[in-house]
Design a protein. Structure first.
Length: 164
């Protein structure tokens, strides 16, 4: 599998290291990235993590912008300038920087959450709260889009509230 799925909670050890779940390490290894790319989430108290696939998504967002535009500089500064490339040790552990732990409110435990091309690292109680919110949001979306007829290309892609 080449996607990050499921969730796992692990404790930080006495030296502040945490073991990345084996299935997540396997995805990063297949991706061919040396280490783990990590940046603070823009909207949530979590860390977005991955390998080359995540960097490719960021590059794709930046690429169409003018090389000297303020928008390009802002995105690059935020998604690249605030990031870290963490070394994965022989036992599959990483050490989160103080800035990363502070952003996510991490103290003694973390929850790793698969999100397809990336995974996130959460403080466990913050993850549980966000998961409840996400379930409610997903239920609402299912009700909203579930009543739309499927087309030859799949489910309707009209924006919410658009006339069919």
């Amino acid at each position: 599998m080449d996607r990050f799925v499921s969730n796992f909670t692990n404790k930080l050890d006495a030296k502040g290291r945490v073991s990345i779940p084996a299935s997540f390490r396997a995805v990063v290894a297949r991706d061919g990235f040396e280490g783990l790319y990590v940046h603070p989430s823009l909207d949530l108290p979590t860390l977005d993590c991955g390998g080359q696939a995540l960097l490719n998504q960021i590059d794709a967002m930046i690429e169409p912008l003018s090389p000297f535009s303020a928008d390009r500089d802002a995105i690059a500064m935020t998604l690249l300038g605030e990031s870290d490339i963490l070394k994965i040790d022989a036992e599959g552990r990483i050490s989160l920087t103080e800035a990363l732990k502070e952003h996510a409110g991490i103290t003694s435990e973390v929850t790793f959450v698969g999100a397809g091309q990336k995974f996130q690292i959460w403080e466990p109680s913050s993850f549980r709260t966000r998961l409840l919110e996400a379930r409610q949001q997903t239920r609402a979306l299912r009700q909203q889009y579930g009543s739309r007829p499927a087309t030859m290309d799949g489910p309707s892609s009209s924006p919410p509230g658009a006339q069919e």
